[in-house]
Design a protein around this ligand. Structure first.
Ligand code: ATP
Ligand code: MG
Ligand code: MG
Ligand code: MG
Length: 576
């Protein structure tokens, strides 16, 4: 490829709405262009990365025996009514009507359509197992699209669906996908962790998220450095042993210290360093039935903003941990805490509060950061945006790290991650709802055992950049780079020797199958180097008259401090 023919459009400054490095750098490098909230044009430079990501995914899916097809973006509502998701799913599901007033949806995922295909096409156990996948545009009307392609509304996902005759077969399909995902993320060259995730109503332990490690990640990962234990925060908090400080905290709440706000006293006990501008505290009330099962958990989140005296106190209430978030009404707050919104001081509690300190605070971290959108819906106010998020996250981390690991093999550590993939055993959830059966060996109809497996194709770009960048720009892992190597001639307009050497090198590398771009734009060296460093091309060769006189070219890897002189014939060896 010649740079003059290609489309290169770099920016000195990132737009003001770009908060994280990957978003800023993708905008500056001209990889994406915003069209609307969470909706982007994938520009030529960005599309090349997407295509490389897709190619690796496709190769490994095919190697694992999955079969590619392509299901429509616009899907009739009828199928979604069969599973009840047309009504049950929240506003994340985009519903549209056609000219005949018929309902359709823009697919956020494709369980219904693929199950419909299976019930028509897979009639006998002899056709099983089968795994269908596609790489297709998705739409989710995210409450808070942000971070560029990381949480878009329109994005690209690889989603695969396995069909098996029984649970044992489905487990094998799951394991084969799990292994394929490891190969995929290894090939991308990213640092990641496969963490156990909650299976919700399905039960069992077959759900894992693939999380790329990054401080800006919206998810929290709990792991034990001295064992294999790794889970996402939701699962970890569900099985975590009672927090060691909970009893003391509970006592403190029951008997507030005179002259000291309970909020401050509890925070001190928990080692929660409340900042001057944002003070947060989470209290939880649990209700247990006679058998001792937790039937309801109510979390009160108090976020206090401004200086000590007053300013603002918001009290949030989350019921059943996952059932949705709303601000408590003034009457509810009054009834429960004996204080009014807007008042910060000793909280005179009318009933004992159980403080599930570590676990709950951690679970709420996503909320405090405005993440985990589907779990929490709150109205009116968008105060998450103004919070100094890293501080809050650090506060929360301090609390959970160091607690005993559920496997008894050590203590827990917390890190943040970006969910780039998810493998999930579905059982018969969809086949049952849609009456999708095949004939088993005895000729009787049986429900398919299913699994679903997603990878966020476009999100991976953002995740990779969060992990691989510096002050000058992106540093793509070789496998994902839009171009592997940039040939940069200096003064080619003045020197026929430079021009010829650049062309010869380009031809040689191109013939060797290296994805090379020849920068023939005639830019000054400084501007040319700045562009390739921003764009993140991992290898660069500079050709100049001075070097040619010594029979040398200058090679520089994107992470190298300085260039290395190499004879012309040896450049290819630098590119693995
Ligand atoms: P999240 O927790 O980040 O909202 P999810 O659990 O809702 O993601 P899945 O339904 O598991 O997502 O979808 C499979 C994959 O699709 C995710 O692992 C993620 O990589 C990607 N993905 C999900 N939502 C988005 C989005 N809004 N923008 C980009 N990629 C996404
Ligand atoms: Mg989601
Ligand atoms: Mg998720
Ligand atoms: Mg998921």
């Amino acid at each position: 490829m010649r740079a003059s023919q290609f489309f290169i459009s770099t920016l000195k400054e990132a737009p003001a709405d770009a908060e994280v490095a990957s978003h800023k750098l993708m905008m500056r490098a001209g990889m994406i262009k915003r069209l609307g909230a969470g909706i982007y044009n994938y520009m030529p430079m960005g599309l090349r990365v997407i295509r490389k990501v897709e190619a690796i995914i496709r190769e490994e899916m095919n190697r694992a025996g999955a079969v590619e097809l392509l299901m429509p973006v616009v899907q009739p509502a009828e199928l979604w009514q069969e599973t009840g998701r047309f009504e049950k799913m929240g506003p994340e599901l985009l519903r549209v009507k056609d000219r005949h007033d018929r309902d359709f949806i823009i697919q956020p995922t494709s369980e219904e359509v693929v199950t419909d295909i299976a019930r028509q096409e897979l009639r006998s156990y002899k056709q099983l197992p089968k795994n269908f996948y596609h790489i297709q545009t998705k739409f989710r009307d995210e409450r808070r699209p942000r971070f560029g392609v990381m949480r878009g509304r329109e994005f690209t996902m690889k989603d695969a669906y396995s069909f098996d005759r029984d649970a044992a077969g489905a487990t094998r399909s799951y394991e084969s996908m799990f292994a394929a995902y490891k190969r995929i993320f290894d090939r991308f060259g990213l640092e990641y962790r496969a963490v156990a995730a909650d299976t919700g109503a399905i039960g069992g332990d077959l759900s894992h998220e693939f999380q790329v490690i990054a401080d800006t990640g919206e998810d929290a990962i709990v792991y034990c450095p001295t064992s294999d234990y790794a889970a996402n925060i939701e699962l970890a908090e569900a099985v975590a042993p009672a927090a060691p400080r909970a009893a003391a905290a509970e006592a403190l709440v029951k008997a507030p210290t005179p002259g000291k706000s309970t909020c401050a006293a509890v925070a001190e006990l928990l080692g929660l360093p409340l900042s001057r501008t944002v003070k947060s505290l989470v209290l939880a009330t649990d209700e247990w039935n006679d058998e001792g099962d937790l039937v309801k958990s109510t979390v009160w989140l108090l976020l206090v903003r401004g200086d000590h005296e007053m300013n603002e106190i918001k009290v949030g209430k989350v019921e059943g941990l996952k059932s949705g978030f709303r601000f408590a009404t003034a009457a509810e707050i009054d009834a429960h805490f004996g204080c009014k919104p807007g008042y910060l001081g000793p909280i005179g509690l009318k009933q004992p509060l159980k403080i599930v300190a570590d676990r709950t605070v951690a679970a709420m971290s996503d909320f405090v950061c405005g993440a985990n959108d589907e779990d929490f819906h709150f109205t009116g106010v968008n105060w998450g945006r103004d919070l100094p998020e890293p501080d809050v996250v650090a506060d929360i981390r301090n609390i959970v790290a160091g607690d005993p690991s559920p496997d008894g093999q050590g203590v827990l550590a917390i890190q943040r991650g970006i969910e780039v993939g998810h493998v999930f055993y579905l059982g018969t959830k969809y086949s049952k709802a849609m009456n999708a059966t095949f004939l088993d060996e005895t000729g009787k109809p049986a429900l398919f055992e299913m699994g679903c497996y997603g990878i966020g194709v476009t999100r991976i770009l953002g995740a990779a950049i969060e992990q691989n960048h510096d002050a000058r720009g992106i540093i793509w892992p070789d496998a994902m780079a839009p171009f592997t190597l940039a040939v940069c001639p200096i003064g080619a307009d003045r020197s026929a020797a430079v021009k010829a050497a650049a062309q010869a090198l380009y031809d040689e590398l191109d013939a060797a199958g290296i994805d090379v771009i020849l920068d023939d734009r005639g830019e000054r060296p400084g501007a040319m180097f700045a562009d390739w460093e921003l764009i993140g091309v991992p290898h660069r060769v500079v050709i100049s008259d001075r070097g040619l006189k010594e029979g040398q070219l200058e090679y520089q890897g994107r992470r190298d401090e300085a260039a290395t002189k190499v004879p012309a014939g040896e450049v290819a060896a630098f590119v693995k």
